[in-house]
Design a protein around this ligand. Structure first.
Ligand code: SF4
Length: 64
């Protein structure tokens, strides 16, 4: 099973919180919404900070 970070673009409001917290993992796309650059994360944490920083709960971790 591999961990994969996903952003639900339907929920994302483009606040930039996840990008500010983890700029190597998330970036704001041309549509103004977050997209995941490195789906497996940085390996430092389980993305709790980014998940908790999102005001709309758009960041999730799935196992594949
Ligand atoms: Fe989008 Fe959530 Fe990231 Fe803000 S913190 S840019 S709402 S995914």
């Amino acid at each position: 099973m591999t961990k994969k970070i996903i952003v639900d673009k339907e929920l994302c409001i483009g606040c930039g919180a996840c990008v500010n917290l983890c700029p190597g993992i998330f970036e704001l796309d041309s549509d103004g919404k977050s997209s995941v650059i490195i789906e497996k994360g940085c390996g430092q944490c389980d993305c709790e900070g980014a998940i908790n920083s999102c005001p709309v709960g758009a960041i999730k971790i799935v196992e594949e």
